[in-house]
Design a protein around this ligand. Structure first.
Ligand SMILES: Nc1ncnc2c1ncn2[C@@H]1O[C@H](COP(=O)(O)OP(=O)(O)O)[C@@H](O)[C@H]1O
Ligand SMILES: [Mg+2]
Length: 264
């Protein structure tokens, strides 16, 4: 069953040229989707409009149905209630979205309290469990740290732990590892996808790395100048790309064989 459906979605900022231009696709529950494309091709705009998070300067047309709700017409109140439990987001740089002068544990608790009616001890237990799930082992030290005391990789893992803590059905991840060392990137993405598979969560991952997309995805979408120029199963997109642009992205990665569909 489709949990998300976009029909002829276009978005423009300040009356300018379309940042997203007539995009349509649908996503089934449990799928791992990657959106690939160069900087400025409209990937972040697309993720933001899926959750109704566009700035006031943006105008969106078309229809976005998420869990049966029309996101472009939903009240802010309803949208806020959907966030966290149904849809959660991971950003490129979790540190930028955290309060620099509050300890990680306090911020984690603050997020959980918005949604859960549990005791302090129960919340702390959930925080510890989630941090262990993302392979942060000295969890009490992490909870007592300020964001700047953690490495970039640790902060992204905290961001993933927080985003997954309410078991969202859909996770939107906007270049969640592009601020990390290349060696850490693949590992963190692979763990993220494995966690989502265990939870049965659907994930839409924005990445400019076609290699990562090829490794982890069920489906790949390629964006160029606001248009979705390619959409299909990862296998089809990799083996039979329709667009010259997709071919150029693919030529940048090493030869693939079946073993490299790691998480599938
Ligand atoms: N808040 C904004 N105000 C005005 N223009 C924006 C805003 N955000 C993005 N854009 C423009 O929309 C286009 C798509 O941007 P974006 O969605 O951020 O692409 P991507 O995530 O693929 O890099 C770009 O031309 C960008 O300059
Ligand atoms: Mg972006």
């Amino acid at each position: 069953m489709a949990i998300l459906e976009l029909e002829h979605v276009s978005v423009s900022y300040d009356g300018q040229r379309h940042a997203v231009d007539d995009v349509s696709f649908s996503v089934e529950e449990g799928e791992i989707i990657s959106l690939v494309g160069e900087s400025g091709s409209g990937k972040s705009t697309l993720l933001h409009c899926m959750q109704g998070l566009l700035p006031k300067s943006a105008a969106a047309r078309g229809k976005i149905t998420l869990f049966g709700e029309n996101m472009l017409e939903l009240s802010e109140d309803r949208r806020r209630r959907m966030r966290g439990e149904q849809v959660a987001m991971i950003f490129q740089d979790t540190g930028r979205y955290m309060n620099p002068i509050a300890r990680v544990g306090k911020q984690f608790t603050g997020y959980l309290k918005l949604h859960l009616d549990k005791s302090r001890e129960e919340l702390l237990e959930l925080e510890r469990q989630m941090l262990e799930k993302v392979h942060l082992y000295d969890v009490d030290r992490v909870l007592h740290s300020y964001p700047f005391e953690l490495s970039g990789g640790m902060r992204q893992r905290v961001g993933i732990a927080i985003a997954l803590s309410l078991h969202p059905r859909l996770l939107l991840a906007d270049e969640p590892t592009s601020a990390l060392d290349v060696t850490v990137q693949a590992q963190v993405v692979k763990e993220l996808v494995q966690l989502c598979r265990e939870e049965g969560a659907t994930i839409i991952l924005v990445t400019h790395n076609m290699g990562v997309a090829a490794h982890i995805s069920d489906k790949i979408g390629v964006m160029q100048n606001g248009k979705l120029v390619e959409w299909g199963s990862a296998r089809d997109v990799i083996r039979h790309p329709q667009e010259a642009y997709t071919k150029s992205l693919l030529s940048a990665i090493v030869e693939l064989d079946d073993e490299q569909f790691l998480c599938r």
